[in-house]
Every structure is written in structure tokens, then in C-alpha cells.
Design a protein around this ligand. Structure first.
Ligand code: ADP
Ligand code: MG
Length: 670
């Protein structure tokens, strides 16, 4: 297949660009062609300056009144110009693009298009693109693809490469026959690629999306089908029959299991004792208490002389599980070992030895658990926590570890049952659809930045009552480009604003060393830190029941699924908890979206209403990170395509399956 060739074969891709493209996961021409736009920009008519809204991308028309100002700071070279029209004025700013100044000749008229942001209280247009009126008119109502970029790779470069790459795809290169295309109402493969990158109209883009989403789902379903067929014959060599220790663990808990937890635990016990190996998925909203169910299953296995492991997506979460398991399983004479990337080489070697020699029973860790150098001794059960953060391949990798252990995956992704059955086709499904009874519903509010002092006052009160708080910011370091709050500076200004030395404020972000992260998380867990200012590294799984406030800065920048996960960090104990979503910019769309979180508590309802707002087939808006699971397909808005693709994948012959599996490089994350 011509598309399998290296991107280096394209004009304009030398070693430098090839290495930059590899950062985006692009190695072959096919990878490039499957690097789909994140969104489409639609150019509108120039607007009146007086009516510009913060946060929007807009065009204005103005003459250049005088030579633009050039300001040098240690990190930036800033070019700025005052634009005006009969309704008002606005400052335009460009960073590190000195050549802009020479383009802006006094007296010339241009159309400027860029994002409207607030800087030191005033609206400015950031990094506008400059057009002549004629050039702009040609762009009007065209769909401009917007690709996720990395430093050194521009949108224009990608467009240029796409154009060339498309010429390498044969007109009748197609994994689907004409009959299949007709049956499912799909366009040709090449046409779809052409139209997704260079759409002529919305409709034509929708057809392209449908075809490519279909292909992606077929590949996925074919993989699931193969996995399912492979496992049918797997005999249970780790039959567990004695659950008496589990009963004792249940009695030692400070609470009673909910009915839903009991039901799921029962399903697991039956699996473990049956003739065939367990492959089960527990689905349950954040805070529904999945961990303890996994702990019971693990205890049953190790009490019968086997090993069991639990894999978490982050060091922070793995460490937390390690501590919980160590504490709660201590009375049962169970030895727990931690294995993460954060360990030193010597510690890792020691852990590996202890695992191999069966000097530990439960191994808690991250991806490190599936590395080649790890050898288990009679691993009977592998638990995968937060499965939606791992890929299907990792689920397979852990199965291959040891000698085909029981698999228990856990996820909080809200997927309707009918879809979950398809997506997790190789797994049996258990659902925890009940929250522990001692929980008070979290109180939510969405407010502007003007509310910050009130929020701080409120947090102070909560701390005085012995509770703790999280503040989430989207960025790590300060950058001139955006006004998004960042954890490091924010921590300083928060300390100053609180003006109380006795309140301990610390920050946490993903770029910190694992040891530092663990230290901060430990201090927060045991109450030494009152306020944790963090990026979304705390989003998954972290459990500090004493924290009662979750404040999210620039909430408009996060996806709803992510915000719901963040909210799940509080309301984990019996005290009343609060969520404060601060909007950094204002618009009707933002209000509508955030309102969903206030109205709905349940993850499934949040997802459904998010979809309703976006509308099925709506992929013109920006896809939110954290919800992006397939390359192009969306399990919610393409649910119908998913069903059709699964039906087709189920009916495929071996040859057809092969035709698709040749391109099977994806590691889907659901
Ligand atoms: P998740 O499903 O999001 O992984 P966790 O397992 O972390 O949730 O549980 C959240 C919190 O709820 C923990 O502090 C846990 O001890 C507590 N918990 C679990 N089950 C119950 C229950 N039946 N009653 C009360 N609290 C519970
Ligand atoms: Mg969890």
C-alpha cells in the first residue's frame, strides 16, 4: 500500500521535520493522512470593534494608523498596534514575530483575525493573522482545518504535506467493497480523506467524517472480536473457593458495602470460582467505591497463595493505592509491594526480585507492572484501575504477563450500557449504580473571576473547620500568550491573598519529579497541606476524603467529563462538599455548558446533556482533551456509526478482517 511509506519521502520533510512530526505520532504517510483536524475554523464577516467578546475569535477591519510599537522583554519581542473602526478601538499584539512590523505599512487597510483576550483589564486581539480584503473574501465561509500542533510544525505546513500525501493514495484504494459502502451509505476512502482535510462544505465534511469513523470503529471492533474469540477457550487455572478472609475484611470496614457493591462483588466471586477465566469490567461513577471491591477480589486470590496486582495510570494514584492496601490488608498478613517509574533503579531491582521470589503478594504500580523485566510468581488476578486511561493493548499486555490471570478492569467513563457492551465486547460488564449512602450531594456554583475573594474567604472558613481544598489551574508556567491561570504563580498570589501564614498552600503538576509529586500528595493526604494548587494530575482517582472544596480556575478550558472527574475528588466523605467553577471568559455557550454540571450530578447525565448541547454529528467545535478517545470517531455522537460498524465487523470474513488488521496500529483508549 503506497500510504505505508515514510513521511521523509514527501517534499519538505527532511530529518528535522521528520523528527518534529514523530512527536505527533506521525511516521508514515498513512499516519499523516490519519492526523485529522481537531476542529474547523469558519471565517465570518468582520465585526464591529465595540461588539467584540472576550474569548471569541473574530475579524475586524482597520487601517494602520502609525508605525507599530516594538517592545523587547527578556523572553518576548512584542509588536503592538492600535486598530480602530467607527465603533471603537482595540490593541493588536504579536509575540516573537518581528517581521510583522514591516508588513504593517502606515495607511494601509487590512482585515485582522485573532482571539480576543483580556490583558490587564483590557480587551486585546492576540496574534491576529493579517489579510487583504480580497484574500479575506476568498476565505469567507470556507472551512479551515485546525490541526493539533507542536512547536516547529505549523498548520500551513501540515496542509501542504496533506496535499502531497493525498496524491499517493490510489483512487480505488479501499478496504470496503462497493457493496458494503452502498449498504452503509459510505463514500470512498480517498474521497473521505480528501474531504476531511480540504472540505468544500459542511455536508461534505460530515460524509467524510462518517466514513472515517466507520473504518476506525471497524478496526476497533475487529480487534475486540479477535480478543473475544481467543478467550472463549481459556480455562480457569486459578480457581478461588475460599472467601472467608473477604468476609472479615468487610466487617473491618468503617462502613457497609452498598447494595451495588455487594452485587458486583458477588459477580466477581462467581467468576473466580467458575470454570473459565474472569474478564470483567466494573463501571461506576467517580466515588461509587470501586477500589474496595477490587481489594476484596485481590484478598481472596492472595489468601489462596497467589499473587495479584493492580495497575493505575499515574504515580500519584499508585502510591495512594499502595498505602491504602498496605494499611487495610495488614491484619490479614498480606505483603504489598510498590512498583512505579518513580522508584530508583536499585529500588526497582529489589521490587523485581521480591515479586519473582513471591516475597510479596499484592503488587501495586503503574505501567511499570507490564514491563518485560517483571516476572510474577503465580499471578492470578490483574486489576486495571481507571481503564479509560489505558489502551486496549495494555489490557492485552497484562493478560500476557504471568500465565493468563483473571482480569478486572475498572472505569468511571459514563457510557450507556448498550454502547459499553460493544466497546468492552471482550469483557463481562458489572455496574455500580449506587452511591454510598452517607454522601451529601456536592453543592456547585459557576462564577466569574470577581467572585475569587469571596471564594477564598469561604475556603478559609472550611480550613478553619479542619477541612482541605483543591484549586485547579490549566497551565503550569506563566506564558505571555494566554491569561490562563498557572499553578506556580497562582500559588504565590493565593498565599498573598490569604494573608495567613498558618494556612499551608503547595502546588502539584505533571512536570514535577515523581518523588516530589508523591511527597506533596502524601502531605496533602495526611493533612499537612491545607490547599493544593494543582493541574489536572489529581483528576484521576485521588482520594482525600477530608477535602471539601474543589475550585477550578478557567473552567471553560476543560471538557465536561474532565470537570466531572475533578468534582469527584470531593464529596468522598460525610461532610458537605463544594465545587466552585470560575470562568475566565464569558459567553452564552460557556454558560450553557457549565450549567450542565450544576444541574446534573450523575456522570451519565452530564455526558448525555453535553452531547445534546453539541448535537449528534457536531464535531465542528473544539474537541475537549480528556474526552478524546478515538482518532476521529466519537463514541457519543457517532453512536449509530459504532453500531453499524460493529455489525459489519461481526459479519466480516477472515480475508476482510485481515484487510483491516493490516492498518491495526491503534491503541484505543476507552
Ligand atoms: P471510585 O469508585 O471513584 O474509585 P473509591 O473507591 O476511591 O471511589 O471510593 C471513594 C471513597 O468512598 C473512599 O474514601 C472509600 O473509602 C469510600 N467508600 C467506598 N465504599 C463505601 C461505602 N459503601 N460507604 C461509605 N463509603 C464508602
Ligand atoms: Mg478509583
Amino acid at each position: 500500500m503506497t500510504a505505508e511509506i515514510s513521511v521523509k519521502e514527501l517534499k519538505g520533510v527532511g530529518d528535522k521535520n521528520a523528527s518534529l512530526l514523530s512527536k505527533l505520532g506521525i511516521y508514515t504517510v498513512r499516519d499523516l493522512l490519519e492526523y485529522y483536524p481537531r476542529a474547523y475554523d469558519i471565517f465570518g464577516l468582520p465585526e464591529n470593534i465595540a461588539e467584540l467578546r472576550e474569548g471569541s475569535v473574530a475579524a475586524i477591519e482597520s487601517i494602520v494608523p502609525m508605525r507599530p510599537a516594538v517592545l523587547r522583554t527578556p523572553r518576548y519581542l512584542i509588536v503592538s498596534m492600535n486598530a480602530s473602526d467607527p465603533t471603537g478601538n482595540i490593541k493588536l499584539v504579536w509575540y516573537n514575530t518581528p517581521f510583522i512590523a514591516s508588513q504593517l505599512k502606515v495607511g494601509m487597510r487590512f482585515i485582522f483575525r485573532g482571539r480576543i483576550i483580556r490583558k490587564r483589564g483590557e480587551l486585546v486581539m492576540s496574534q491576529p493573522v493579517i489579510y487583504s480584503r480580497e484574500a479575506y473574501i476568498r476565505k469567507l465561509s470556507e472551512l479551515q482545518p485546525v490541526y493539533p500542533l507542536t512547536k516547529g510544525i505549523t498548520n500551513n505546513l501540515l496542509l501542504k504535506l496533506m496535499k502531497e500525501a493525498l496524491t499517493l493514495v490510489g483512487a480505488d484504494e479501499d478496504a470496503l467493497s462497493a457493496a458494503v459502502r452502498k449498504q452503509y451509505g459510505l463514500i470512498r476512502y480517498k474521497e473521505a480523506l480528501q474531504n476531511i482535510h480540504f472540505p468544500l462544505s459542511k455536508e461534505n465534511c460530515i460524509d467524510a467524517h462518517k466514513r472515517l469513523a466507520f473504518d476506525e470503529f471497524v478496526r476497533f471492533s475487529a480487534l475486540v472480536r479477535t480478543m473475544k474469540e481467543n478467550r472463549k477457550i481459556e480455562v480457569n487455572n486459578y480457581r478461588i473457593t475460599d472467601f472467608s478472609a473477604c468476609e472479615r475484611l468487610k466487617e473491618s470496614l468503617p462502613y457497609r458495602l452498598t447494595g451495588a457493591q455487594e452485587k458486583v462483588y458477588g459477580e466477581i466471586c462467581r467468576d473466580l470460582a467458575s470454570d473459565t477465566l474472569m474478564s470483567r469490567m466494573i463501571q461506576g461513577d467517580v466515588g461509587s467505591g470501586k477500589t474496595v471491591v477490587a481489594m476484596l477480589a485481590i484478598l481472596a486470590c492472595v489468601k489462596q497463595g497467589y499473587q495479584a496486582c493492580i495497575m493505575a495510570p499515574t504515580d500519584v494514584l499508585a502510591k495512594q493505592h499502595y498505602e491504602d492496601f498496605t494499611k487495610m490488608l495488614a491484619p490479614f498478613d498480606v505483603r504489598v509491594e510498590l512498583l512505579t517509574g518513580a522508584l530508583t533503579a536499585a529500588q526497582k531491582r529489589k521490587a523485581h526480585e521480591s515479586i519473582k521470589a513471591h516475597e510479596c503478594d499484592v503488587i501495586v504500580g503503574t505501567h511499570a507492572l507490564i514491563q518485560d523485566s517483571v516476572e510474577y510468581d503465580r499471578l492470578a488476578l490483574a486489576v486495571i484501575d481507571e481503564q479509560h486511561r489505558f489502551g486496549v493493548n495494555q489490557r492485552e499486555a497484562i493478560r500476557e504477563k504471568g500465565d493468563h490471570p483473571h482480569i478486572l478492569a475498572m472505569s468511571a467513563t459514563p457510557i450507556p450500557r448498550s454502547l459499553a457492551i460493544i466497546l468492552y465486547g471482550d469483557l463481562d460488564l458489572s455496574i455500580i449504580d449506587e452511591m454510598p449512602a452517607n454522601r451529601l450531594p456536592i453543592k456547585n456554583c459557576v462564577v466569574g473571576t470577581g467572585y475569587r475573594p469571596t471564594a477564598y474567604g469561604f475556603i478559609k472558613k472550611q480550613i478553619a473547620e479542619g477541612h482541605q481544598a483543591y484549586v485547579i489551574c490549566p497551565m503550569v508556567e506563566e506564558s505571555e500568550m494566554t491569561e490562563a491561570e498557572n499553578v506556580i504563580d497562582y500559588t504565590d498570589s493565593l498565599r498573598a491573598a490569604l494573608g495567613d501564614e498558618s494556612i499551608t498552600v503547595e502546588f502539584l503538576h505533571g512536570k514535577m519529579k515523581a518523588v516530589e509529586k508523591n511527597a506533596i500528595m502524601n502531605d496533602f493526604s495526611c493533612g499537612k497541606i491545607d490547599i493544593l494548587v494543582s493541574t489536572t494530575v489529581v483528576e484521576v482517582g485521588v482520594n482525600v476524603p477530608n477535602a471539601t472544596v474543589m475550585m477550578v480556575e478557567n473552567a471553560e478550558r476543560f471538557g465536561l467529563a474532565q470537570l466531572h472527574q475533578l468534582r469527584g475528588r470531593v464529596g468522598r466523605g460525610s461532610a458537605q462538599s463544594y465545587c466552585i467553577f470560575i470562568k475566565g471568559s464569558d459567553s452564552k455557550e460557556i454558560d450553557e455548558r457549565l450549567d450542565i454540571l450544576v444541574k446534573y450530578r450523575d456522570g451519565m447525565q452530564v455526558a448525555e446533556n453535553d452531547l445534546r448541547l453539541r448535537g449528534p454529528g457536531d464535531f465542528f467545535g473544539t474537541r475537549q482533551s480528556g474526552e478524546l478517545v478515538f482518532k476521529i470517531a466519537d463514541i457519543y455522537s457517532d453512536a449509530d456509526v459504532l453500531k453499524a460498524a460493529t455489525e459489519y465487523a461481526g459479519s466480516m470474513t477472515r480475508e476482510e478482517l485481515l484487510c483491516f488488521s493490516r492498518t491495526q496500529t491503534n491503541n484505543w483508549i476507552i
